[in-house]
Structures are given as structure tokens and as C-alpha cells.
Ligand binder design. Structure first.
Ligand code: A2P
Length: 334
């Protein structure tokens, strides 16, 4: 079934990926409306050989729209998603605005697709780092019950939007031209550096991004007792997030068993040859659809432990692709 679709935030880092993916996947469209701020109204964006004109996002934008993909920041989701729902659209929201609302399903199709059926107008797309982590955790959890997760992330600048990527490029250029390196998007210089802070600090010393990984993972995997601690780090990479993950399971999983489970799981590619370069890296994974797992080994510091490395394109699987997959799943299961 094809749909009348709107993208709120169509000019942004994730919005642009929606357009690319809709073309690549031949997404079933009756019409496509591109929405952004008044600054972009009138701007033309080419899509499938046509020039589409960007319109200003207003509460009236959603008349006749079946599905509205939101990627214009949390405050705009809060402000405009209710109007979209009132107009009869299903909202698939990329922001964190509704993720922890009890009545809003938080969905990763490889993990909990059926939750999408319980929506009351809004489905939330999880945080990008959470998505690729739960895709990798799910097959291991099903087989051996994960009790504890310790994760450190290596997150690309595009996670902070198009302006984050631009700041890295501008700083690299300024460095080569002997000019001052100006930081506006990130808390510190990002070129030739890394920053152990993503989002604001909370009272417990963790950042909001780190606590999203904890709470969202527990919700998506229906595992409120799973113990999770995260450290989120911004690195000077343009695109695709990487994660170093250690897990402790209830029952022992050998490396061979884990590798088999991961290889057979949907949406995962295992790249793990234990040779120089035999593991996934963000540059290679960019603009691909799957979640890549490598460096699978026993966590030798505990009894039932595994360590591994997970990389995925966070603008695709961590954002636009996951949202499209949710709507595709609903399309084929309704
Ligand atoms: P615009 O390009 O007109 O500012 P990113 O995540 O790359 O920063 O992109 C954010 C997206 O959200 C852009 O498409 C941006 O549009 C859009 N956006 C930001 N503020 C608003 C707003 N007040 N109303 C509608 N869209 C907005």
C-alpha cells in the first residue's frame, strides 16, 4: 500500500537520508511533502527526478498525510506531532520527545516489531546508539539472557546534525590554514580530538545520551532488570557510530555460539577474521543498511562474559532507515 508522506525536518542531516533511502528502497509513495523551518521554505530539493519545494512546518501541514516522519528536533516534535496525529497521520518520531511515554511504542524492527501495532498515533524511533546496540544484543539475550552490559560509544559528528559534520570539516580546514579552530556545536575542539560528553549532565554524573542508552534498551528489549552502564564519546568521524560492548550472560555462551547467533540474526553482518583489518570500521560501514559486529571474544575478566565491537550507519540504521523499516513492517503486517 502506498502513502501520502510528510518529512518534518527534510532539510536536516537525517531528513536528507530519508529522501535517499526512499529512492533507494523504492518506498511506496502516493505523494511526498517536505517540511522544514521558515528559513528553508521555497527551497527546492530533487527527488526521483522531480524538484520538490520545501514548505514551512505548521500545524496545518498534515492534512491528507498518512505517515509523518519527524526529524526536526524534540521541541518541534512536541509542538507539531499532536497536530499531525489529529489530522489522522501516523507519526514516526526520531526525537527523544515521546520515547519513554508508556503509551508510545519504541521500536526496532529486528527486536520488537509487534510493539508498533500498539501505537495510538505516535511511534518513537530510538536513539541512534541504542538501535545498533539492541540489534546486536537481542540474539544473544534470547539465547543466554544478558544480565549486564557495559558499553562505550565512539559517535560520529553527524549525530549532532549537519552542523556537527560541518564543524569537524571547518576545524580540519582551519588547522591546515593556520587559522583558529572555532567550536560552536561541540563543547570542545572535535578535530584531532575526542569529547567524553554527548548531551547534558544529569545528577548521577551520566549524560542524557548515556541514560537514553540504559532506559531505551530496557524498554525495547522488555528487560527492566538488565543492568547497563554507558559512556558516550564524540569522535572526529563524519558518519557511523561504533561501540565497544561487554556483556555478562546468565548462561555461558562460547565465542563460536555467539558468532553463529549473530551471523544468523536479521540485520547483522559479522565481520570478524582476527586478522589485520578484519573488523568493521565506520568509514566502510557508512551508507550501508546493516549492523556490523566484529572483535567477538571472551571477556576474560568474568565467567559468563563476551566482548565485541558494533558499527552501524547512525543516519541510516540509527535514524531514517529504522523509521522507514517500522512503516514497512506495519505495511506488510496490517
Ligand atoms: P531548517 O533547515 O530550515 O533549519 P539537523 O538535525 O541537521 O540540524 O536538521 C534539523 C532539521 O529540523 C532541519 O530540516 C531544520 O530545518 C528543521 N527545523 C529546525 N527548526 C525548525 C522549526 N522551528 N520548524 C520546522 N523545522 C525546523
Amino acid at each position: 500500500m502506498s502513502h501520502h508522506v510528510a518529512i518534518a525536518g527534510a532539510t536536516g542531516a537525517v531528513g536528507r537520508e530519508f529522501l535517499k533511502l526512499m529512492e533507494n528502497r523504492n518506498y511506496p509513495l502516493k505523494s511526498l511533502k517536505l517540511l522544514a523551518s521558515s528559513r528553508s521554505a521555497g527551497k527546492k530539493i530533487s527527488f526521483m527526478g522531480e524538484e520538490l519545494v520545501v514548505e514551512e512546518l505548521t500545524p496545518q501541514s498534515f492534512k491528507g498525510i498518512d505517515i509523518a516522519f519527524f526529524s526536526a528536533g524534540g521541541s518541534n516534535s512536541k509542538k507539531f506531532a499532536p497536530s499531525a496525529v489529529d489530522s489522522g497521520a501516523l507519526v514516526i518520531d526520531n526525537s527523544s520527545a515521546f520515547r519513554m511515554d508508556e503509551e508510545v511504542p519504541l521500536v526496532v524492527p529486528e527486536v520488537n516489531p509487534e510493539a508498533a501495532n500498539r501505537h495510538q498515533g505516535i511511534i518513537a524511533n530510538p536513539n541512534c546508539s541504542t538501535i545498533q546496540m539492541v540489534v546486536a544484543l537481542q540474539p544473544l539475550h534470547k539465547a543466554a539472557k544478558i544480565n549486564r552490559v557495559v558499553v562505550s560509544t565512539y559517535q560520529a559528528t553527524s549525530g549532532a546534525g549537519a552542523s556537527g559534520m560541518q564543524e569537524l570539516l571547518d576545524q580540519v580546514k582551519a588547522y591546515h590554514e593556520n587559522q583558529p579552530l572555532i567550536s560552536k556545536v561541540f563543547q570542545k575542539q572535535i578535530a584531532f580530538n575526542l569529547i567524553p560528553q554527548i548531551a547534558d549532565f544529569q545528577e548521577n554524573g551520566y549524560t542524557t545520551e548515556e541514560m537514553k542508552m540504559v532506559l531505551e534498551t530496557q524498554k525495547i528489549m522488555s528487560a527492566p532488570d538488565m543492568k547497563i552502564a554507558a559512556t558516550c564519546v564524540r569522535v572526529p568521524v563524519l558518519r557511523s557510530h561504533s561501540e565497544s560492548i561487554n556483556i555478562e550472560t546468565e548462561t555461558k555462551l562460547s565465542v563460536e555460539e555467539a558468532r553463529k547467533l549473530l551471523s544468523e540474526a536479521p540485520g547483522i553482518i559479522v565481520e570478524d577474521t582476527r586478522e589485520d583489518g578484519g573488523y568493521p570500521v565506520p568509514w566502510d560501514v557508512s551508507e550501508t543498511y546493516d549492523t556490523y559486529v566484529g572483535r567477538i571474544r571472551e571477556d576474560i575478566s568474568t565467567t559468563n562474559g563476551l566482548a565485541f565491537w558494533v558499527v552501524a550507519d547512525q543516519l541510516y540504521k540509527g535514524a531514517a532507515l529504522n523509521a522507514l523499516q517500522i512503516s514497512e513492517w506495519l505495511n506488510s503486517h496490517s
